[in-house]
Structure formats: C-alpha cells, structure tokens
Design a protein around this ligand. Structure first.
Ligand code: CP
Ligand code: NVA
Length: 310
C-alpha cells in the first residue's frame, strides 16, 4: 500500500494517540493496556501475528538494556520488527525532519531522549504514535510495568501505599501519575531540594492521593511497596558527589525495609547502584520484585503497542 501523502493539500494530519507522558492515556486506555498486558503474558501465542507487518523506530540518546531489548522483542513477538538508532536526535538535521522521515517508513516512534521537549517536538510533527521511552521528566513505560507487577503481587491497586524514597525524578513522576490515578496512595520522600516538580505533583494530586515528605520513615510506615531509583539519573552524573552528601539517609536498606508491613515488596526500575540507593541484601531478598518488573516491561509494552497500533 502506498504511504499516505500527508503533504498533499487537504490531507489533514490524523489524530494520533501518543504516549509523551503518562497523562496522554485516558483512564480507559490505561485500563485497556494493562488488561492486554496481563492477557498477552498469559497467552503470548494468541498475539503472535497481531502486529504483523508493523515496524517501530527506536531512538536512543542514552544507554538502555531493558527498554531497548523489551521494545525490540515486543514488536517481534507480535509479528512486526524494529530498527534501532543510537545517538543524538536532531543533530544532523532538525527533529521535525527526522520524524517526518521515520513516520513514512514505520508505524510508531519510540524515543529515549534527554529532554521532554524533544519528545513533544517528535509528537507535534509525527503522523504515527510517539512513545516516550524515558526523558528527563517521565518514564511512562516503566510505570506501566510497575503497576502490572503490583497488581500481580497484591491483586489490586486501590488502598495500597507506595513509598518512593530517593530522588524526585522521572520514575517518581510517572509513578505519581500512573499509580496515583489507579487508586494507590503515593508518598515520595526526598532530600530537600530534590522533590518532584511542583507541576507534576499538582497534576498527580488532581487525579489521586499524593504526599510529599522529606522523612523516609514517614514514607515507608505501613507501605505495601517501597520503590527507589538511582540518586543521579542519566545526564546528572556530574552532580553525583554533591548528591552523595544529601542522599544516604534515603538508602533503602534492611533497616528501612523492617519499618514496612511484613508483606511489603521492594521495587527498583534498574539499573541499581548497590551500596548507594539500596543494598545487595535488599535487592536479593525475598521481598525484591525487581526482576518481575523487568520481565513485565515486555508484557506491558506489548499491551501498549497493541493499543496504539492495533
Ligand atoms: N528501567 C529501564 O528503563 O532500564 P534501561 O535503562 O536499561 O532501559
Ligand atoms: N532515573 C533513571 C532511570 C533509569 C531507567 C535515569 O533517568 O537515569
């Protein structure tokens, strides 16, 4: 089939469902993605040709293990394929030109970039879905896998308390928005000066119950889930030494885990720096769900691709 000529006069840019940040998904779309993720995990063979002949462009400005492998495998296991490009987006030619090449050849664009503005610009010009595979502000694909993991462990989201302890970063933002609107009480404990962005907290608070604190003990008290992430995200490595002065009280170690409920689980998006934001003992403990989260990146992203491209 010939590619549609969007440049033709009168050919309107179609409405496209993007995932530039968590709230691009309606509550209905979020529920559908998570239902499909559970179904495709149970019976992957039923979906083996669901996206036959569909291709993804994967753009990576930053390193990745889980996101890259799971998007490549997800589309292949749904009958399609992917091309992966590593390097800065918009350096050799403008972002708006890059995207209007890729959208003629591939049916979705998955981008891990430094700036959320790049994701927004990709989506502004793209005629096919743009998926944020991590930016400075959000990591919505991670949050999808995380809430899938929590549902598997507890059978529900309503009424659970999730304590995010550490840096108020992209992963914290997406959890506030996604876990919060599924009915979890999300408590984020950070050092002073490292709180989540006020505009994200305000948006999350409109949809769910969010508490911000500087006290890690208040956060984990009665928590069902204790979540942490690196203290210096990709792009902030230069601040590592400064951050090491404020973050040690926020380390998720066995002492902090002992203040939670007996059935509380430990979560981390990975990669983890053992000895910094958490310890080897916690990572390897029976409470650790970190490799379930990593596995669910595959299933959750299949649910996402089926919803956006199906
Ligand atoms: N959690 C996560 O996104 O891992 P990668 O950086 O390896 O993709
Ligand atoms: N907050 C981390 C997450 C890595 C998956 C980062 O942005 O580097």
């Amino acid at each position: 089939m010939a590619a549609p000529n969007f440049a033709e006069p009168g050919f309107a840019k179609p409405m496209v469902q993007h995932l530039t940040q968590d709230l691009d998904l309606s509550q209905e779309a979020l529920t559908r993605i998570l239902d499909l993720a559970a179904q495709v995990k149970r019976t992957p063979q039923r979906f083996a040709q669901a996206l036959a002949g569909r291709y993804l462009s994967l753009l990576f400005e930053k390193p990745s293990l889980r996101t890259r492998v799971t998007f490549e495998l997800a589309i292949k296991q749904l009958g399609g394929d992917a091309v992966t490009m590593v390097g800065p987006v918009g350096e050799r030619e403008p972002v708006k030109d890059v995207v209007r090449n890729l959208d003629r050849w591939t049916q979705a664009i998955v981008a891990r970039v430094f700036s959320q503005d790049t994701v927004k610009e990709l989506a502004q010009w793209s005629h096919v879905p743009v998926i944020n595979a991590l930016s400075d502000l959000y990591h919505p694909c991670q949050a999808l896998a995380d809430v899938q993991t929590i549902k598997e462990r507890f059978g529900r989201w309503e009424g659970l308390k999730l304590a995010f302890v550490g840096d108020g970063n992209n992963v914290a933002h997406s959890l506030m928005l996604t876990a919060g609107r599924l009915g979890m009480h999300v408590v984020v404990a950070t050092p002073k000066g490292y709180e989540p962005k006020p505009q994200v907290a305000a948006a999350a608070n409109r949809l769910g119950r969010i508490t911000l604190t500087n006290d890690p003990l208040e956060a984990v008290d009665g928590a069902h889930v204790v979540y942490t992430d690196v203290w210096a995200s990709m792009g902030h490595e230069g601040e590592k030494d400064t951050r090491l002065q404020s973050f040690p009280p926020y380390r998720v170690d066995e002492t902090l885990m002992s203040k939670t409920r007996p059935d509380a689980i430990f979560m981390h998006c990975l990669p983890a720096k053992r000895g910094e934001e958490t310890t080897d003992a916690v990572m390897e403990s029976a409470r650790s769900a970190v490799f379930d989260q990593a596995e669910n990146r595959l299933h959750a992203q299949k649910g996402l691709l089926l919803t956006l491209l199906g």
